[in-house]
Design a protein around this ligand. Structure first.
Ligand SMILES: [Zn+2]
Length: 405
């Protein structure tokens, strides 16, 4: 009788554990920074109580200090606790876990900025850089991303939509980074992927994440590349050229979004003096060599544009007789802080360059300002997501084919 009870109790416990494992979110590895190992760099790391440290060749060990200083100097890492001399770390990688008295106070601070999860420092032989990576629970990551990619004053429904979009984008990165590269991280913490600035305490954003827990967008059972930007400017993504929509048909939206038209950057205009304009192009390193033998700017014209309005090529002529071709994406990147999208026109008048454009961002996928307006008009969450990502559906992370994360 007692034995049967024990077996039943064991079975019950394993069922609970299995259920927890299914519900648990995976961890995501976020690249916080890349550092030149020949240059001096100090990382001041802090936890509430102590740290657990691990290197590839040592077992996890306890550091009885809530402060840890790591110094990078001449390709070598050195470390010390609260007191004592700096000691050489004889490994290419170190993992740092914070220990706290309560799980809610489990925060790791690096140079006074708080983060969820753990940190690791790792030398990357391919790039010859030292990488600083933050590993954390996917749901905590989405919660942190909401503050950086959304506005905390936006309505709750908008936060839920952004949570689904950002989670989907992250899961897509987690799956593709594993398949196509051997990078020790899944996602960058900036606009290259999506912005992540660490832990915060906006509890209403946590509610939006909890209410959409594990929900992602899928197309034909696969996780969607959920691209998003601030304002589409009315561009129709299906009319863009140079994008292989066969891999992501849900990004080829054919219906225009003009719901963002009241946003300040739906239409924008910037004026540069010739000198300002050329110096901005020159400051962008891929263009630097093109400008070797230039003198006075004569003309500037757009020589290739697609049906969506996206500029693909620009021609500049200079006195006495030289011509420079610049591809649209390089032109946009070089003027990125002023030119808000690749959808623009250019005028050259009285020694000034006047650029007028539409939208803010790459203009593909989810348009945040348009969605914000649709929430105001009372569109339900599902309908808004289906508008920006046609033929996708909302799925649970665990049932997705390629979400083996
Ligand atoms: Zn829009």
């Amino acid at each position: 009788m007692q034995l049967t009870y024990k077996i039943a109790a064991k079975l019950f416990l394993s069922l609970i554990l299995l259920n927890q494992a299914l519900q648990a979110s995976p961890n995501i590895k976020v690249l916080l920074g890349e550092f030149d190992p020949t240059k001096k760099q100090i990382f001041n790391i802090q936890s509430e109580k102590e740290f657990l440290l691990k290197t590839p060749k040592t077992k996890q060990f306890l550091l009885r200090s809530n402060k840890l200083q790591i110094l990078l100097k001449n390709n070598v890492l050195y470390g010390r606790g609260k007191k004592g001399p700096l000691k050489k770390i004889n490994y290419q990688e170190i993992e740092i876990k914070p220990i706290a008295t309560h799980k809610n106070s489990k925060t790791i601070l690096i140079n006074k900025k708080p983060y969820h999860g753990t940190l690791s420092l790792k030398f990357c032989p391919k790039t010859e850089k030292l990488l600083l990576i933050n590993t954390l629970n996917l749901e905590d990551y989405v919660y942190a991303v909401l503050l950086a990619e959304s506005y905390q004053t936006w309505p709750h429904e908008m936060q839920k939509i952004q949570a689904i979009v950002s989670r989907t984008y992250a899961v897509h990165q987690m799956t593709t980074s594993r398949r196509s590269s051997n990078k020790p991280y899944n996602i960058k913490c900036n606009n290259f992927h999506q912005r992540y600035t660490g832990k915060h305490n906006y509890h209403h954003l946590r509610r939006a994440v909890d209410e959409t827990k594990n929900l992602i967008l899928t197309h034909d059972g696969n996780v969607v590349l959920a691209m998003f930007d601030a304002c589409c400017g009315g561009s129709i993504p299906a009319n863009m050229t140079g994008i292989d929509f066969s891999k992501a048909p849900y990004l080829a939206r054919t219906t225009p979004c003009h719901f963002c038209k009241n946003y300040a950057l739906y239409n924008w205009k910037r004026t540069f003096s010739e000198k300002q304009f050329i110096s901005k192009l020159l400051a962008y390193s891929p263009l630097k060599n093109k400008f070797r033998s230039t003198r006075k700017l004569k003309t500037i014209s757009i020589t290739e544009r697609d049906k969506a309005g996206v500029v693909h090529n620009i021609e500049l002529t200079f006195a006495p007789a030289s011509t420079i071709e610049i591809c649209g994406s390089d032109f946009w990147r070089s003027l990125n802080s002023d030119v808000r999208s690749q959808n623009f026109s250019i005028k050259h008048e009285n020694n000034f360059i006047i650029i007028e454009g539409k939208g803010f961002g790459h203009q593909i996928g989810f348009c945040q300002r348009g969605a914000r307006e649709l929430v105001r008009r009372g569109w339900p969450l599902k309908k808004i997501l289906a508008f920006y990502y046609p033929e996708t559906k909302i799925s649970q992370l665990k049932v997705v084919k390629n979400a083996n994360v």
